[in-house]
Design a protein around this ligand. Structure first.
Ligand code: ATP
Ligand code: MG
Length: 505
């Protein structure tokens, strides 16, 4: 009897494999970090082969810790860091270049050229996204333009592209030996190449970017059997039956199936998604229109998304680049040593500013400094930055949807931080609620896969399994709340217009 579903969560900082039981409870976890490669200012890469090796290892760890084998698995679901682009040779299985990560800003010139006189909104009506370095399409163009021989090989049909979901699926299902080259609608909606209405690749945009259609994976739903685990592999014969980009997976795992429900995930960056149902809502306030999920033959469900590039990674930056503490959670006791930020505001515009500004010319700034400010204030300012950025996105969400959210479901690593979550509730003015299973990303992918094979009957099972763990309610003076937020906005204004010809690499 297959009593479990396995989720593979190929994230920005690590890959995890998690075994879930029928109640949606975690049975066992395997997790390995991979290298963050920073060849130049603004460039961020991963090694796809290291990621694939880690995935195999974490699957082995998770199955071993759960004391089960592949025969106990009803299905496998995949979720992944979105937009991160891998290009590989289908005859050798080798990547032609490192994966270019979503945070990477090297494609700014390509993006400016593509926009031309029409500017950043050139493709927005079709793909729901402004032209920005964030998305995969321009990264693929960069690889074809800059890696020797890549364009010729691509035109001959030898190269394949995928976000890391596709790279993982292709390898899981056999690689050079019959690997399945498929992605799901949510990942495809982050490439800038998919038409949001037809859910197919847009030939004219692909042609503008010089990307041969033969490189692109087939676009399928988020919940169906794509293929089976490769022969003699650890998952031999197990159906791979769900794919959702990490943020859409978390939305699914948080049971946000009703129009108007939303979640906010606090990981490397922060991503708030609001379910808008089968209607695709264009944003007037700096949000993205994206596919939320599509179950089998059912109609696609869309979402509005507010993407913030740097939140948890600012905590990592204080840890790794400044050596302020040794473990990310330590930031909380540093911040607790002071009552406020001492006047310091930290705007982590390391990849420019994403939602709701979309300002590639911004760079990070720590402002308001005096002799009074110490490292505890800076720790606090770093945590507050996450909450202020989230408030900006929530304001945009409320403006776009015309309805004010009455509470916010949260998940991700930073929600372990009580000080941050209380400050967040205070800033938003609505309760912030965390579910019992905080690994909602992996959970959502497990549900998508389990629903496809009948292990779960549908969304109602997800709703029934969702349970509240903790709730933070606003408890702050209104005047103080607004004073802090006004200062934050002032701090943001100091980061703009930084990048010019003197700064460009
Ligand atoms: N107690 C804490 N306080 C503040 N930040 C924290 C805390 N614990 C973890 N973090 C931050 O949260 C992030 C990890 O969260 P999470 O595990 O959800 O991300 P992730 O899923 O690994 O990210 P990704 O999917 O992007 O790889 C890290 O950036 C880390 O710095
Ligand atoms: Mg994650």
């Amino acid at each position: 009897m297959a009593d479990y579903v396995l989720a593979i969560d190929q994230g920005t900082t690590s890959s995890r494999a998690i075994v879930f039981d029928h109640g949606g409870t975690i049975v066992a976890v395997g997790q390995l970090e991979h290298d963050q490669i920073f060849p130049k200012a603004g460039w961020v890469e991963h090694n796809p082969e290291q990621i694939w090796n880690n995935i195999r290892e974490v699957v082995g760890i998770a199955l071993t810790r759960a004391n089960i084998t592949k025969d106990d698995l009803a299905a496998v679901g995949i979720t992944n860091q979105r937009e991160t682009a891998v290009v590989w040779d289908k005859t050798t299985g080798k990547p032609v270049y490192n994966a270019i990560v979503w945070q990477d800003t090297r494609t700014q010139k390509i993006v400016d050229q593509l926009g031309g006189s029409e500017g950043a909104d050139k493709y927005k009506a079709k793909v729901g996204l402004p032209l920005a370095t964030y998305f995969s399409g321009p990264k693929v163009k960069w690889i074809l333009d800059n890696v020797e021989g890549a364009r010729d090989a691509a035109e001959k049909g030898d190269l394949l592209f995928g976000n890391t979901d596709t790279w993982t699926l292709w390898n899981l299902t056999g690689g050079v030996d019959g690997g399945v080259h498929v992605t799901d609608v949510t990942n495809a909606s982050r490439t800038m190449l998919m038409d949001l209405d037809t859910l197919q690749w847009d030939e004219s945009i692909a042609s503008d970017m010089g990307i041969p259609l033969s490189m692109l994976p087939e676009i399928r739903s988020s919940s169906e059997v794509y293929g089976n685990g490769r022969k003699h592999g650890m998952l031999d014969g197990v159906p791979i039956a769900g794919i959702l980009g990490d943020q859409q997976a978390a939305t699914f795992g948080q049971a946000c199936f009703e129009v108007g429900t939303a979640k906010n995930t606090y990981g490397t960056g922060n991503f708030m998604l609001l379910n808008t149902g089968t209607e695709k809502v264009p944003s007037k306030n700096g949000l993205l229109t994206t596919v939320c999920y599509k179950i089998g033959d059912q109609a696609p469900v869309y979402a509005l998304e507010g993407s913030i590039a740097v939140t948890g990674s600012l905590v990592q930056w204080l840890r790794d680049n400044l050596g302020m503490f040794t473990d990310a959670p330590d930031i909380e006791w540093l911040a607790h040593k002071v009552d406020d930020n001492g006047g310091a505001y930290f705007v982590p515009a390391f990849s420019g500013l994403f939602a709701p500004y979309w300002r590639p010319d911004a760079r990070g700034a720590l402002v308001g400094l005096t002799r009074y400010v110490n490292r505890n204030h800076i720790a606090r300012a770093a945590l507050e930055a996450t909450a202020f950025q989230t408030r900006e996105v929530l304001d945009a969400m409320n403006a776009d949807s015309g309805v004010d959210l009455t509470e916010l479901k949260v998940d991700g690593g930073m929600t372990a931080n009580d000080l941050l979550m209380q400050f967040q509730a205070d800033q938003l003015g609505v309760p912030v609620v965390r579910p019992k299973v905080a690994e909602t990303t992996a959970l959502g992918a497990a549900y998508a896969a389990g629903i496809a094979v009948g292990f779960w009957s549908g969304e109602q099972d997800v709703i029934d399994n969702w349970a509240e763990d903790k709730r933070w309610t606003p408890d702050v003076d209104q005047g103080e709340r607004e004073r802090l937020y006004r200062n934050w906005k002032k701090a943001v204004s100091k980061t703009l217009d930084w990048v010019d010809d003197d700064v460009e690499q």
